[in-house]
Write a protein that binds this ligand. Sequence first.
Ligand code: ATP
Length: 245
Amino acid sequence: MLIIENVTKHFNGLPVVSDVSLTVPGNGFTVLIGPSGCGKSTLFDLLMGVLPMETGRIQWCRKAVPDLNRLAAYMQQSDLLLPWLGLADNARLPADIAGEPIKESGRRVQDLFDRLGLAGFENHLPSTVSGGMRQRCALARTLMFGRDIVLLDEPLSALDAITRRSLQKMLGLLQTDFNKTILMVTHDIEEALLLADELLVLTPPPMQIAARMGLEHPKPRRMEDLDLLAIKNRVLAMLQEKRSS
Ligand SMILES: Nc1ncnc2c1ncn2[C@@H]1O[C@H](COP(=O)(O)OP(=O)(O)OP(=O)(O)O)[C@@H](O)[C@H]1O
């Protein structure tokens, strides 16, 4: 279980993240949804140890840890693939940096490429494949870190709606097939409702958690589900109210 308690951060004296606490059960999928600029990237930078926390504690598997730097893999909006490397070499980078033998890392990459629908594209350069394929490669690279926790910072926001839906299924695999503990931020309410076990609605800055909703609907989910549609409307109303208050 990942426990995050009382995280606070100011920039230039102004609060950006204000006393945020949340828990992600092992193999859980928690989604943060909030308005643009509410501090989501700052929160992830704090969790990853990129920025120092002013207050806050993190626990993983009942042990206090300073940050998630060595425990979590972080996937961002931009695929950050190196343009001069083929897709398989891009995905293998974390293993290369860790000094893993190429035979072993090559086998792991091939397994991921088979499961993520990238088989046959191992040697393609990023510029020669679609945005969806590049993000699948970025997902494979994230999985190559072999970490138990995955932080997803709007990983699909640069994609068109149809590609996005197919990639959402793939993000679901992180939980069902790869057994990860996942914390994701997104602006897309439907994406949140399709994937989350718990949905946390954020306030405009300074970031606080305005509402916590458990979603026990079996997965895979469909947005046609009337109950999910009702929750979507509730979350939308909440976000609009927070924006205007
Ligand atoms: N290094 C910094 N110095 C000063 N202010 C900063 C710094 N980094 C972020 N901010 C401010 O903190 C607030 C939150 O920024 P952050 O990038 O975390 O938001 P976000 O929710 O990830 O935004 P978006 O949804 O647009 O990606 C913004 O008002 C931003 O201008």
